[in-house]
Design a protein around this ligand. Structure first.
Ligand SMILES: Cc1cc2nc3c(=O)[nH]c(=O)nc-3n(C[C@H](O)[C@H](O)[C@H](O)COP(=O)(O)OP(=O)(O)OC[C@H]3O[C@@H](n4cnc5c(N)ncnc54)[C@H](O)[C@@H]3O)c2cc1C
Length: 315
């Protein structure tokens, strides 16, 4: 039975910058990588038209075009890119053990090494106007998109450390930042709250929620509501930054791989090694700090090198 099951030396789960960079390195090391793309081929960057901070593109680039280039580069060295969703894993805890992977609930594979690069998904509020204007002034990443709002007024929705960090980052670039905090206090650490409070161009509105993003194709303002008094008012802004957290795409690995309370995979020291031998994690799935394409690509490279060394040590 088992001789009919395909055996893969290096299986890569996910087709974002981490997955493709791992593929480029693994293919050049003759590990014959096979990648399963998941439902979002090319990952998160395919949802943006402007990537201005990835090195090597002096005039910036379109996210989808960049991911197509990465795919071509990975394929040039022999990566096999397959459309499919990994739906189940049975990971071995033995050094040199074979990992069982199920794709699309039916196809069974065996893998000597597995690189997990399934990313994380930004959480949104779910308002119709917010969803419609993603890319037209609504963003979930200040580091990525803040620059486009230089000198303008923006709002940040959220009350945790990420929201506080995004607000202070934007305050350096924008004219004014209004933070909408749902409760009567922030969840952010005292240190981050202090940074927010001492930044002159950040205004915090407590007990306040985003009711509607105004504008047809680009953001022209925000209607906010005080959840105590139910009073609504409009704020003239051009950018809306949603900073209410991310969900790492790690449900498949619950109870199998070490993860933090939110679901980010935990890697060992400065490596991409997970708690199981031959299983590595790269990109946003193991990084709640930086979450950038270039950092994802960097850890993708590390994962391929870690996988290559792991296999080398078995010989
Ligand atoms: C709108 C937007 C704009 C951004 N702009 C920038 C920017 O300008 N600059 C920048 O540096 N960063 C930007 N980012 C952040 C950047 O996109 C991420 O940091 C980066 O894409 C993370 O790469 P990744 O490879 O870890 O995962 P992702 O890009 O999240 O890719 C994850 C991949 O895993 C796949 N997958 C998930 N589950 C499975 C499964 N079960 N089986 C198989 N495959 C699976 C998905 O289909 C996807 O291909 C932006 C993000 C967003 C949302």
């Amino acid at each position: 039975m088992s001789d009919t099951i395909e055996r893969i030396k290096c299986l890569i789960i996910g087709s974002g910058p981490a997955g493709y960079t791992a593929a480029i390195y693994a293919a050049r090391a003759d590990m014959k990588p096979v990648m399963y793309t998941g439902m979002q081929m090319g990952g998160q960057l395919t949802t943006t038209t402007e990537v201005d901070n990835y090195p090597g593109y002096p005039n910036g680039t379109d996210g989808t075009a960049m991911m197509n280039d990465l795919q071509k580069q990975a394929e040039r060295f022999g990566t096999e890119v397959r459309f499919g969703l990994v739906t189940k894993v049975e990971l071995s805890d033995k050094i040199g053990g074979i990992h069982k992977i199920i794709v699309d609930e039916s196809k069974e594979l065996e893998a000597e090494t597995v690189i997990i690069s399934t990313g994380a998904t930004a959480k949104y509020l779910g308002l119709e106007s917010e969803q419609r204007l993603i890319g037209g002034g609504v963003s979930a990443c200040a580091t990525c998109d803040g620059f486009f709002y230089k000198g303008q007024d923006v709002i940040v929705v959220g009350a945790g450390d990420t929201a506080a960090e995004e607000a202070t980052y934007l305050a350096n670039i924008c004219n004014k930042v209004t933070m909408l905090v749902r409760k009567d206090h922030m969840r952010a650490s005292k240190a981050m709250q202090h940074r927010v409070n001492k930044t002159a161009n950040i205004e915090v509105l407590y007990n306040t929620e985003l009711d509607e993003v105004l504008g047809e194709s680009v953001v022209e303002g925000a209607r906010v509501v005080n959840n105590q008094t139910k009073d609504k008012h409009d704020i003239a802004i051009t950018g809306v930054f949603i900073a209410i957290g991310h969900k790492p795409n790690s449900d498949l690995f619950k109870g199998v791989l070490d993860m933090d309370e939110v679901g980010y995979l935990i890697t060992q020291g400065k490596s991409t090694k997970t708690n199981l031998p031959g299983v590595f994690a790269a990109g946003d799935i193991q990084d709640k700090e930086y979450r950038q394409a270039v950092t994802a690509a960097g850890t993708g490279c590390m994962a391929a090198l870690d996988a290559e060394r792991y296999l080398g040590a078995l010989e």
